[in-house]
Design a protein. Structure first.
Length: 140
């Protein structure tokens, strides 16, 4: 075999390698990136400020769970929402409205909530201030 055939053969093998890599790369599924990335980044500052406000005002709600009932005790009257986020299944997420103008306690029956790990996201307003509190709970 002479040098010419070896060089041409090497070039053909290299071109086949490059073509096969191109085909492989285009066959991979597209990266699912978040189209709302920048908007969420801007909203993060608002949420962070709400979380800091909870610490500044010592407004963390007291959460107790007994006999399939969750009790929330707020320091001041509050109006807002409690979002139950299920890490394992987003279709089980629930949103409850809260209003403590009648009293400082909120009672939520947990009959419709499945047992297991949940992320609580409590967002409320009190005295014209916005608050956000997150806590992980386990329902037995």
């Amino acid at each position: 075999m002479n040098w010419g055939k070896g060089i041409i053969g090497g070039m053909i093998l290299f071109m086949l390698f490059i073509i096969s890599m191109c085909i492989y790369m285009f066959a991979l599924p597209a990266d699912d990136y978040d189209h709302q990335y920048y908007e969420k980044g801007l909203a993060f500052n608002k949420d962070y400020n709400k979380e800091v406000q909870v610490i500044k005002d010592h407004a963390e709600p007291k959460i107790t769970i007994r006999n399939q009932v969750m009790r929330l005790a707020f320091a001041r009257p509050a109006v807002g929402t409690i979002t139950w986020l299920r890490p394992s299944n987003q279709y089980q997420d629930r949103i409850f409205k809260i209003d403590t103008l009648a009293g400082p306690l909120v009672y939520l029956p947990l009959n419709s909530i499945e047992k297991g790990k949940w992320q609580l996201l409590i967002e409320w307003e009190s005295d014209r201030k916005a608050y956000l509190f997150q806590k992980e709970v386990f329902i037995k």
